[in-house]
Design a binder for this molecule. Structure first.
Ligand code: ADP
Ligand code: MG
Length: 705
C-alpha cells in the first residue's frame, strides 16, 4: 500500500498563489499585484522588487537554490536557463541570496539557438523573457534540486513573438474585449472580463524503459518506425477503462501528487483504447494557465515514468495499427462573474444571447477552418488525422440533436418555438434509479463537438502545445463577435436585428454542421460537395498561416503581424523536414546495422541447417528450410533496394535550401520511401527467429508494461 495522502494539504503547496502572496507581501503591494493580475494590466515597476523579494524568501524557505524564467519557444517543449540566487561573496567570503525585481520581470537568454523562422538574424540575437504574472510562479522539486519557475513570454529585441505564450495573451485580450461587447448588447453592465476556459485531456503511452532503450526509433523519433502487428491488438476493446494495473497505478499516483503540489488539478485518469495507452485530464482553467499546466503535465508524465522504470511516449502515433494519442481541447468563454457564454440553459430556443454566440462560433469555424486545421498539425499528427480512428482532417461541427433542431426551426420557419428534452433513461432494473438523459448523445467522430456548455476540439496532437489552437479559437471568435457587435450596436430595433442576424448567420454557415459519422468515406464526398476543405497533411496545412485572410484577421486583433506569421510558417516547414530527416536516418541506421545483419544471420542458419540435414539424411524433407530461405532472401533483397532508395532521397532532400520546398520534398519523396523500407522489414519480423530479431516487438512493448 502506498502511504495515505491528504490532497487538501499538498494541493498548491509549491505555488506562489494568492494565499502565499497575502502572507508574504505587504498589504498595499498585494492589492496592486492582484489588481494587475485581474485586470491583465502592466505591472507597476515600483512593486517589482518587493514581489521578487517575497518570492525569493518563499522559494528559499522551500529549499530553492535556483530560479528560472520558464518559457515556451517554438520547439514544442519548454525552455529554461537556471540561475542560482547567490551573489558574489563579500569580503568575509559569505554569499547572500539575491533576486531583484528586474530579474523577476525580465530575462535575457541568448536566443539565437531558438527557432525564429528568420525573424531574428544572428547579429541581433537578443531575446527577452517577460514575466506573465497571470500564470503563477511555482517551485519544482527534482534531481536538480528545488527551482523557482517563473512563467514568462519570450520576444525578440523588437518585440516580435518568438513563443507560444505571447500570441496567446494577445488573443485573450481580443476575445475579452469583443465578448464584453456581446454581453453589453444584452444589457449586462456588470461583467468586467471574459476569459476562455480550457480543459485539455492528455493521452499518452507507457512502455518499459529497458525495452525502450533497445529501440533506436523510440529513442530518436519517439515512435516505432518498424514493427509487425502482434497477434492481439486492441480488437477486444478490453483495455479502454479497464482496471489499472499496479505498476501503472503507482505511476499515476505519483503523477497526481506531483501535479497537485504545483497546482495542477489532475482529476480524471483511465486506460485508453490501445493497450498501454492512458489518459489524464485536469479540471479546466483560464486558458493561459491551462496551456502552462499542460506543459507541466507532459513534463511530469515523462519524469515520473522514468522513476518507475518506464518511458512515457507522447507521440501521436507511437505504434502503427493501434490507436494514436490526441489531446481534446475543451473550450468555453466565462466571465469574471461566472457567466458561461456557451451555456444554452434548459431552453436554448429562448436563449437569444446563446444562439447569437453559437452562430458566431459556426461562422468563425466555417470561415477559418483552414486555420484551425493548421493549428492542430504537427509531424506526428499526420498519422492520425484522416486515418480511421481520429477525427477526419475535415473540420465540421457536431451540435447534437437538440441544437440542430433549434437551428432547423429557425432556418425553416424563422422562429424557434421549442427545445427537445433529454427525458429519462430507463434502466429497466427496479433497483437502479432512472437517470436524467442529456438532450444530446455524444459523437466521437467529430473534430469539433458541442458538449453541453463547451466546444471540444479533438484534433490536437498529444505531443503538441495547446496554445496554437486556442490562439485560433480566441481570435476567430473575436472576429465574428466584432462583426456582429458592429452591426447590432447601431441597430434601432435590437430584437428584430438580432433575430435576423442569427437567422442569416445560421443559413450562411450551416454547411459546417455535421452530425453523422465523420470516419465514413461518404462524409469525405459530402464535405467536398459542401466546399469544406480537406487538408490531408501538415505541409498542406501550413500555407493557411499566411493567406491574406489570416493576415487580415491576426493584424486586426493585434495577435500576429505578417512577419510573425511568415516566421511561424517557416519554423513549421523546418520542423517538419527535420523530423522526417531524423526518422529516415534512424530507419537507415536500424535497417543497415540491425535488421539486415539479423536476417543474414537467420538465412545463414537456414542454409547451414539445410546442408546439415541433407548430409545426415539425404531423403529427409528440407523443403521448409528451402522455402523459408527463398522467401527470406527475396524480402532481404527488397529491403536492400528500399534502403538504398531511402538513403538516396534523404540525401537529395538535405540540400534543398528553401524551407517550404524542402518540407514538401520530405513529404512527397522520403515518407513513401520510408514506407517502402518498412514493408519488407515487417514481413521479415514475422518470419525470422524471435531470438535473432534485434529489438523488442510490438507485443513486447505494448502488452508487457
Ligand atoms: P469527457 O469529454 O470525457 O466527457 P469531461 O466532460 O469531464 O470529459 O470534460 C473534459 C474536460 O473538459 C475536463 O478537463 C473538464 O474540466 C473540461 N471542461 C468541463 N467544462 C468545461 C468548460 N465549461 N469549459 C472548458 N472546459 C471544460
Ligand atoms: Mg472529451
Amino acid at each position: 500500500m502506498s502511504e495515505l495522502i491528504n490532497v487538501a494539504e499538498i494541493f498548491g503547496k509549491n505555488v506562489f498563489n494568492e494565499t502565499v502572496m497575502r502572507e508574504y507581501l505587504p498589504k498595499g503591494v498585494f492589492k496592486k499585484l492582484k489588481k494587475t493580475i485581474e485586470d491583465g494590466a502592466e505591472l507597476d515597476p515600483s512593486i517589482a522588487d518587493v514581489v521578487a523579494h517575497a518570492m525569493k524568501d518563499w522559494a528559499i524557505r522551500h529549499g530553492a537554490t535556483h530560479y528560472t524564467h520558464w518559457f515556451q519557444p517554438l520547439t514544442g517543449v519548454t525552455a529554461e536557463k537556471h540561475d542560482s540566487f547567490i551573489s558574489a561573496p563579500n569580503t568575509e567570503g559569505k554569499v547572500i541570496m539575491e533576486f531583484s525585481g528586474k530579474e523577476l520581470i525580465k530575462g535575457e537568454p541568448d536566443a539565437s539557438s531558438f527557432p525564429s523562422g528568420g525573424l531574428r538574424a544572428t547579429f541581433e540575437a537578443r531575446g527577452y523573457t517577460a514575466w506573465d504574472c497571470t500564470s503563477p510562479a511555482f517551485i519544482r522539486e527534482d534531481a536538480l534540486g528545488v527551482t523557482l519557475c517563473i512563467p514568462t513570454a519570450f520576444c525578440s529585441y523588437r518585440g516580435e513573438a518568438l513563443d507560444q505564450k505571447t500570441p496567446l495573451l494577445r488573443s485573450m485580450q481580443a476575445i475579452d474585449r469583443q465578448s464584453l461587447r456581446i454581453l453589453r448588447l444584452f444589457g449586462n453592465t456588470t461583467s468586467k472580463r471574459v476569459v476562455p476556459s480550457v480543459g485539455p485531456e492528455q493521452e499518452y503511452f507507457l512502455v518499459d524503459r529497458a525495452k525502450y532503450l533497445q529501440r533506436k526509433d523510440l529513442i530518436y523519433a519517439g515512435r516505432t518506425l518498424f514493427g509487425a502487428m502482434p497477434p492481439k491488438g486492441q480488437e477486444l476493446e478490453d483495455h479502454y477503462f479497464g482496471a489499472i494495473r499496479e505498476r501503472i497505478g503507482a505511476f499515476m499516483n505519483e503523477v497526481n501528487q506531483e501535479l497537485w503540489k504545483v497546482g495542477v488539478t489532475a482529476k480524471t485518469q483511465h486506460n485508453e483504447v490501445a493497450p498501454a495507452q492512458h489518459e489524464l485530464a485536469p479540471i479546466y482553467d483560464e486558458v493561459n494557465v491551462a496551456v502552462d499546466h499542460n506543459q507541466m503535465v507532459m513534463e511530469t508524465l515523462k519524469k515520473v515514468a522514468g522513476r518507475h522504470g518506464m518511458t512515457c511516449l507522447l507521440h501521436e502515433k507511437p505504434f502503427a495499427g493501434v490507436n494514436g494519442s490526441g489531446k481534446h481541447n475543451n473550450w468555453s468563454l466565462i466571465s469574471d462573474d461566472g457567466i458561461n457564454l456557451l451555456n444554452p440553459g434548459d431552453t436554448p430556443h429562448e436563449n437569444i444571447q446563446f444562439l447569437l454566440v453559437l452562430a458566431c462560433v459556426l461562422k468563425a469555424v466555417d470561415k477559418h477552418a483552414d486555420l484551425l486545421r493548421e493549428s492542430a498539425s504537427d509531424v506526428g499528427n499526420d498519422h492520425r488525422l484522416g486515418a480511421n480512428e481520429a477525427p477526419p482532417a475535415i473540420i465540421s461541427i457536431f451540435l447534437g440533436e437538440q441544437l440542430e433542431d433549434v437551428i432547423n426551426q429557425l432556418c425553416s420557419t424563422g422562429e424557434a418555438t421549442h427545445s427537445k428534452k433529454g427525458g429519462k433513461l430507463l434502466t429497466g432494473v427496479a433497483t437502479l434509479p432512472d437517470l436524467d438523459k442529456d438532450a444530446t448523445d455524444r459523437n466521437r467522430t467529430s473534430p469539433f463537438a458541442f458538449t453541453g456548455n463547451k466546444f471540444e476540439f479533438r484534433m490536437v496532437g498529444s505531443a503538441d502545445s495547446i496554445a496554437p489552437p486556442n490562439v485560433v479559437l480566441n481570435t476567430i471568435v473575436a472576429e465574428a463577435f466584432k462583426e456582429v457587435a458592429d452591426e447590432l450596436e447601431k441597430a434601432e430595433d435590437f430584437d428584430t436585428a438580432v433575430h435576423d442576424m442569427i437567422k442569416g448567420l445560421l443559413a450562411e454557415h450551416r454547411r459546417i454542421i455535421f452530425n453523422g459519422n465523420g470516419y465514413s468515406d461518404a462524409w469525405v464526398e459530402e464535405a467536398e460537395k459542401r466546399g469544406l476543405p480537406n487538408i490531408r497533411s501538415m505541409v498542406d496545412a501550413i500555407p493557411a498561416l499566411t493567406t491574406d485572410k489570416a493576415v487580415k484577421l491576426y493584424e486586426e486583433f493585434g495577435v500576429f503581424t505578417r512577419a510573425e506569421l511568415e516566421s511561424r510558417a517557416e519554423v513549421e516547414y523546418e520542423a517538419y523536414a527535420k523530423a522526417i530527416n531524423i526518422e529516415a536516418r534512424t530507419m537507415i541506421d536500424m535497417a543497415g546495422k540491425q535488421i539486415i545483419p539479423a536476417v543474414i544471420r537467420y538465412t545463414t542458419r537456414l542454409a547451414e541447417s539445410l546442408g546439415t540435414v541433407k548430409a545426415a539424411c539425404p531423403e529427409a524433407d528440407t523443403s521448409v528450410q528451402a522455402e523459408l530461405l527463398v522467401e527470406t532472401s527475396a524480402l532481404l533483397s527488397d529491403m536492400k533496394v528500399a534502403l538504398a532508395a531511402l538513403t538516396d532521397v534523404t540525401e537529395e532532400c538535405l540540400v534543398v535550401s528553401d524551407a517550404c520546398a524542402c518540407a514538401h520534398a520530405y513529404h512527397d519523396k522520403v515518407v513513401p520511401a520510408m514506407e517502402a523500407l518498412r514493408a519488407p522489414a515487417d514481413k521479415l519480423e514475422m518470419i525470422v527467429d524471435k531470438e535473432l530479431w534485434p529489438f523488442p516487438s510490438y507485443g513486447d512493448l505494448i502488452f508487457e508494461v
